[in-house]
Ligand binder design. Structure first.
Ligand SMILES: [Ca+2]
Ligand SMILES: [Ca+2]
Ligand SMILES: [Ca+2]
Ligand SMILES: [Ca+2]
Length: 396
């Protein structure tokens, strides 16, 4: 392996001797000769040995060594001795640093060693609100969405550490006429609350519902709660005895939940045309476009939801296409944004937009991640157009 590294370094030096234009291209690239990994939030005792680099002792002695973990933030976390052994002197936060890059340089030659930081489940999924309060008409029919809650877990996206399950912990008061459910698609950050039965203002004027978000961490699961308050608005002559009698035979919960799922699908609001994007770190803006199943209800209103930590903002909120502005505090890596997109009829949807921010030194990788159309959205539009035309046709 060591022989390979030396041959490789000689090759790098030779390439550096090539034409000026080629030299400029090479300068942008980072030659990765070795990689190690370390778990975040390790508490020591320090220092401990992380591993040995496959680099000749002579190279280590002759090259100057700089970079993250050494003389750049997080400073003083790593050291490399003359034998190429890497030591760790402090803990690193994955949420801040996904990777530490160490540069070895001598005159025109440069190569790097990457230390990948491995995520642990050290963040709790957090709701975007402590309390969601809604006024609900007493005559609201079962299966109607009552409120949508949103939580976010900043551990590594797409892993059990950041995925979570929403559930109802308690309902107060508990009434036999009303049963609450929360419906969350697998992997979604949002959950919509529905109910089965009926409201009766005489029995409960207000419901206080405790909702939990618990992540799927392997060693430890972390959770937090939020409160949903539903204030029931009284309607005269409701519920009437005939309606109460009929509701006694209401479908069993599994049938009801299936109805809710079908209803939610039919009532799909505006959807993102493309829900996966890539951006170069040097780019400041990107366009995002939504498709609206209701062709007669423009323009759309876009709003960023959740904890975006002042990293992203929208240049404007109205239109079918808006500009998303990336602030300088956004780092290289995967980012997930939640957009609340509504139309002028009040139909809305919470959409997840995945953005991969890359340095664009390695354009091949960015190309692999290139934006793909949200086929579900396209299919939804295609299916909805004939239905809409049919509906409008009758009223003409
Ligand atoms: Ca952390
Ligand atoms: Ca977590
Ligand atoms: Ca973590
Ligand atoms: Ca009433």
């Amino acid at each position: 392996m060591k022989t390979i590294v030396i041959v490789f370094l000689v090759a790098v030096v030779c390439i550096q001797c090539a034409t000026t234009s080629k030299l400029n291209i090479r300068k942008k690239r980072a030659w990765i000769v070795d990689e190690l990994s370390m778990e975040e939030e390790q508490t020591g005792p320090f220092p401990y040995k992380l591993g040995d680099l496959n680099i000749e002792k002579k190279v280590i002695e002759e090259y100057s060594i700089h970079g993250q973990g050494i003389d750049q933030d997080p400073k003083g976390i790593l050291s490399i001795n003359r034998n190429g052994t890497v030591y760790v002197h402090g803990k690193v936060d994955y949420e801040q640093y996904k990777r530490l890059r160490i540069n070895f340089s001598k005159e025109n030659t440069r190569f790097v060693v990457d230390i990948d930081i491995l995520d642990v489940n050290d963040n709790t999924p957090v709701f975007n609100r402590d309390v969601y309060e809604r006024a609900v008409d007493e005559s609201t029919q079962q299966g109607t969405p009552l409120v949508t809650v949103l939580a976010n877990d900043i551990d590594q996206s797409g892993t059990a550490n950041s995925e979570f399950t929403l559930r109802i912990l308690s309902v107060s008061p508990s009434t036999s006429t009303t049963q609450f459910f929360i419906y969350q698609k697998k992997g979604d950050q949002t959950g919509t609350m529905f109910f089965k039965g009926y409201f009766d203002y005489e029995k409960a004027q207000t419901y206080t519902i405790l909702v939990e978000a618990k992540d799927h961490g392997e060693k430890v699961q972390l959770s937090s709660t939020s409160t949903v308050i539903l204030n029931i608005i009284d309607k005269p002559n409701y519920p009437n005895p005939e309606f109460v009698e009929k509701t006694k035979d209401a479908a069993d919960p599994s049938v009801f939940l299936r109805q809710v799922a079908v209803k939610e699908k039919l009532e799909t609001g505006p959807m993102l045309e493309v829900d996966k994007l890539t951006m170069c770190l040097s780019d400041e803006t990107t366009d995002i476009t939504a498709l609206n199943p209701d062709l007669y209800s423009k323009p759309l209103y876009f709003e960023l939801a959740g904890d975006i930590q002042e990293k992203w903002r929208l240049q404007s909120n109205y239109g079918t296409s808006v500009k998303l502005i990336k602030k300088s505090s956004v780092h290289v890596g995967d980012h997930k944004l939640i957009l609340n997109i509504s139309d002028s009829q009040g139909q809305f949807s919470l959409q997840t937009l995945s953005i991969y921010v890359c340095e664009c030194n390695d354009s091949a990788y960015c190309k692999d991640q290139a934006a793909k159309p949200n086929m579900f959205a396209v299919a939804a539009i295609i299916l909805t157009i004939p239905a809409l035309l049919g509906k409008r046709g009758i009223s003409c």
